[in-house]
Design a protein around this ligand. Sequence first.
Ligand SMILES: Cc1cc2nc3c(=O)[nH]c(=O)nc-3n(C[C@H](O)[C@H](O)[C@H](O)COP(=O)(O)OP(=O)(O)OC[C@H]3O[C@@H](n4cnc5c(N)ncnc54)[C@H](O)[C@@H]3O)c2cc1C
Length: 412
Amino acid sequence: MIKLERNTLLPSRNAALERIARVQPSDYARTRNHLEGAVTGLSPYVTHGLVTLPEVLRGVLAREALPVQHKLVFELGWREFFRHAWLQSGDGIFQSLHTAPQAETAYDTVLPGDIREGRTGVPVIDEAVRTLYATGTLHNHARMWLASYVVHLRRVHWRAGADWLVAHLFDGDLGSNHLSWQWVAGTGSHKPYLFNAENVARFAPAAWHSPGTVVDQSYEQLDQIARGTRKAKAQVLTDRQSFPRPQGVIEPALQAAPPNGLGVLSFEGDNPAALAAAEERLRGREVWLVHPWALRAPPPDLSASAVVIGLYLREHHAAWPWPEARWRWVDTAMAAVTGERWLVEAPGLQRLLASASRVRSVDDPHITRWLHPLAQLDAAPALFPRVDRPCSSFSQWWTRATRGLSDAGALL
Ligand SMILES: Cc1cc2nc3c(=O)[nH]c(=O)nc-3n(C[C@H](O)[C@H](O)[C@H](O)COP(=O)(O)OP(=O)(O)OC[C@H]3O[C@@H](n4cnc5c(N)ncnc54)[C@H](O)[C@@H]3O)c2cc1C
């Protein structure tokens, strides 16, 4: 079992490789739905590109052959499917892909304070929020419960929940996160994802159990609530009406820029001297840009005189700020690749790079729109064969991506 306390999520490639070396595929398949099950804890490393999906699978297969249909390979597939869906839909992933169980206007657009502060009185939700803020991560099952509660029992629009959650996850990835919320909401799948207290009791430790609360209902009742044909009962059901609400937790503040003291050079538009000096340094040189979604060493074919620069694009971080802890995590990993890290706006970056002989980086949909005109982008390594036709469901994508394959090694 791999515990996910923050201090075990060391921001280094070695830490990721050690995790890969400890993966036990059969334990994973048997216990992955349990909050204390043998999940890999690899997602922050994968999201930030310290390791790639092919590296994960290669590391696991080095110890044990697996069929393509193994649960672990299947879950790696979910990540690649979400990437596929994001590339197909672009910014369309930020809107409901199809109609929700209720009219869009039936859902509130603001996430209520008692959820944000983990004081709903429903232990499974409050524990999830506490864990999220304390560790920067959350088990997949807990994410599903949290999202389902927000959307179907509190009738809050999935987008409000998705924007909030992605900010606090160390593995926050707009494709996996927003499309997972749509899957739970029923706007990216064909039915709403529902859970009840019995399900929590089966998969979570005792502190999360929520008998007598609003989640303690039959699936039939929950389905009617989700579809708006039955009113959601009071937050806490009759026998728990006097249940004291917990005090709650403070939501970590979000920052659009790295904290001071990390050594990231900030290029403001009003600092022409710094811009001119950096521009001069890059004149005629090859440049490799390291960014938060590809925190790996540059490729071996980079020229010896090349300059390696770590890049934080202001436009992206203004739209999607992070808590301080995630900034520190990412920047520690980036600093291991290059000592020179910049926070800059795309127009300033364009000016800085104009004198370079060649600029290269790795593509990633979080920042393609800004990098694409400025740099030659290598495709991020994919694990599954490319599926060009748009797929409306995971199973459709999976069938196409694994057609004719039986051994997972064939993917590599
Ligand atoms: C509401 C919601 C929001 C989510 N937001 C994110 C997010 O922002 N970033 C993110 O990486 N994942 C997200 N997920 C997917 C999933 O919860 C995490 O990838 C998983 O919990 C990470 O833990 P792990 O590395 O121990 O996963 P493991 O179960 O050990 O899986 C191994 C790897 O497979 C991939 N993977 C596994 N399950 C999924 C899945 N359901 N979807 C996509 N990839 C998967 C991940 O890269 C993961 O590291 C979200 C799921 C839900 C329901």
